[in-house]
Design a protein around this ligand. Structure first.
Ligand code: A3P
Length: 321
């Protein structure tokens, strides 16, 4: 334990540091910008987590649709246990409770001496992470556990973050300073935001999905919005819970989509009044959910360079979805 604390102290004093949105310290750790408070849990996750073949892990950058995917995943996998969607657990708890994040909850308030007993959880264990593919624990990569990655247009991701972060730590300050948007966007473009850079994060997972499609399912927020039925079917098949013909005929896919829609989740009492472990109010997780909302905030001139850079990097790596 002392060793870990010493190591952390050493990292804190030596790693490059930036301030995201003027308030949140982030450290460049293993080539991604790790929020200060996530450093210790991320290291514990990396060094202590033992994956099972039955595990399902959702990976994403923040603000790319994580809550949506968690809700869908949990509902799909548990649909035989919770078949009455009017009394579904999502009505009383946010999906983040059912699909816990390694670095936000699972390994928080623990040390290498008081690790959580994850072995007792019944399979399939559902977890989530924001860390890069490169930094995932070895046992996730070497086991037969499955990974789902959700990616979103970077500009919409930025705008979503820009609205979200002032509400973290229950600041309740919904009003962002519009004069600062270019400065924050500049940092985003340089990759200096929680778990950035964007391209490294997306391409790391995308490459693995190409090399190992049975291991990693690469999904896009925009695709899921455009054709939820096809994507939900694919997700269910990938995690080993395909829909039977009978289920399809009964309209269960539509019911799942409806239960997990932004409109439905937003109206649930737990999301109107609850909070995420005291960090922010659950309602901050549900805003507009629109594709292309960035055009309401960023001018084409501002995004031009970033767009070109990202496109070139993606093209050079052969990215196509
Ligand atoms: P906007 O801020 O653009 O509205 P995350 O869950 O990774 O934090 O992502 C949050 C983004 O996903 C927010 O985007 C939020 O509105 C959107 N979102 C949350 N639940 C959703 C759902 N069920 N369907 C579609 N989008 C959803």
């Amino acid at each position: 334990m002392e060793e870990l604390e010493d190591h952390l102290h050493q990292l804190e004093t030596s790693l490059p540091k930036e301030l995201w949105m003027g308030a949140f310290p982030i450290f460049l750790y293993q080539n991604y910008w790790c929020p200060f408070r996530r450093l210790k849990p991320s290291i514990l996750f990396q060094t202590q987590f033992e994956a099972f073949d039955t595990d399902i892990i959702l990976a994403s950058l923040p603000k790319t649709g994580t809550t949506w995917l968690k809700s869908l995943l949990y509902t799909i996998v548990n649909r035989n246990i919770y078949s009455d969607f009017n009394k579904h657990p999502l009505h009383s708890e946010n999906a983040h409770k059912f699909v816990p994040h390694f670095e936000y909850t699972v390994y928080v308030n623990t040390s290498d001496e008081t690790l959580p007993n994850l072995a007792k959880l019944s399979p399939p264990r559902l977890f989530a992470t924001h860390i890069t593919y490169f930094s995932l624990p070895k046992s996730i990569k070497s086991s037969k556990s499955r990974i789902i990655y959700v990616c979103r247009n970077p500009l919409d991701t930025f705008i979503s973050s820009w609205h979200f972060y002032p509400q973290v730590d229950l600041h309740n300050n919904n009003e962002q300073d519009h004069n600062m948007i270019e400065e924050h966007f500049g940092m985003f473009c340089e990759g200096k935001f929680p778990f950035g850079p964007y391209d490294d994060h997306v391409l790391g997972y995308w490459k693995e999905s190409v090399q190992n499609p049975n291991k990693l399912l690469f999904m896009e927020y925009e695709g899921l919005k455009e054709d939820p039925k096809a994507h939900v079917k694919k997700l269910a098949e990938f995690v080993g819970y395909p829909f039977s013909e009978q289920e399809e005929n009964k309209g269960i896919i539509d019911d799942i989509i409806k239960l997990c829609s932004l409109e439905s989740l937003k109206e649930m009492d737990v999301n109107k009044n609850g909070s995420y472990y005291g960090f922010f109010e659950n309602k901050a997780l549900f805003r507009k959910g629109e594709v292309g909302d960035w055009t309401n905030y960023l001018s084409p001139t501002i995004v031009k360079n970033f767009d070109q850079n990202i496109l070139e990097k993606f093209k050079a790596s052969g990215f196509s979805s």
